[in-house]
Design a protein around this ligand. Sequence first.
Ligand code: C2E
Ligand code: MG
Ligand code: MG
Ligand code: MG
Length: 282
Amino acid sequence: QAKTLGRGRHEFFDVELRERMQRRLRLEQDLRDALPNEQLWTAYQPVVDLQTGRMVAVEALMRWNHPQHGAISPVEFISLAEESDLINVIGTHMLRSTTRELAARRAEHDIDIHLKVNLSVRQLDDPQLVPVVQDALATTGLPANALCLEVTESALMRDHVAAAEILSSLRDVGVRLAIDDFGTGYSSLAQLQRLTLDTLKIDRSFITGIGTSRDAEAIVTSIIAMAHAVDLTVIAEGVETQDQLEILHDLGCDQAQGFYLGRPSPAHDLFPNVASFRCHKA
Ligand code: C2E
Ligand code: MG
Ligand code: MG
Ligand code: MG
């Protein structure tokens, strides 16, 4: 009897696994068509300076509007794209389209807003990355120092020697570099310093605990001190309450991002209001 039971469970898992794999395969196929079919678009989320309360940058976040499934999270489709060369195709598209958008909006609204674009670690292996970035800047006229490329801490640490090399060639182009989701990987201060970054983004999981968990607050305090010691600008991710914002301000955090300050929005909703944007809450 145990045998039949065991087999039944096996079949159950096989079915579930098969269905999951089939969804991934279908989605990967759909993702290949998403770009030519114009289903990919970009949301922009404000990054706010905590001293002045003004918007200083926007982070470009990719969105996929699937014809049957609706909005699919970038967490799911980026990881799908990373399994093939597709990540380089959509990553290149992202760099070209967002620099074009930003350069146009900066001119139209006379604003000095910087652009943050996420890079997959797979893009760091692409020999075309540096030329693509250079070309995007040259074509659009966006100043190199107005572009900041974000790579997650966990991705950087997986292969930090190779990553350091490509980051340094990006740095030679004049763009800024940020370490994203900081606190979730295991980097040392020495590794951080060697990577010659400009910005460190504290992962949302630590910001969520601020105001309720003394441990979270202690961790955030020490991350800010450590980052400032090696001259990095610190951005807090995922600020959702006034309490969190006030504490971050008091801790000397430089900039913040989160639903409390502004949700990721289509360019046409966000940019007309950038010049008048003020956060008096900090
Ligand atoms: P990320 O780069 O750390 O981006 C921040 C994520 O946190 C975004 O999720 C944003 O919508 C969300 N967020 C911002 N403020 C809040 C808040 O107050 N509360 C909560 N709960 N969430 C907040 P999103 O847009 O779903 O993107 C998830 C991840 O997907 C990004 O994390 C990034 O790693 C990746 N991603 C997005 N666009 C791209 C892209 O163009 N290329 C690559 N390689 N990765 C991308
Ligand atoms: Mg990011
Ligand atoms: Mg992040
Ligand atoms: Mg994140």
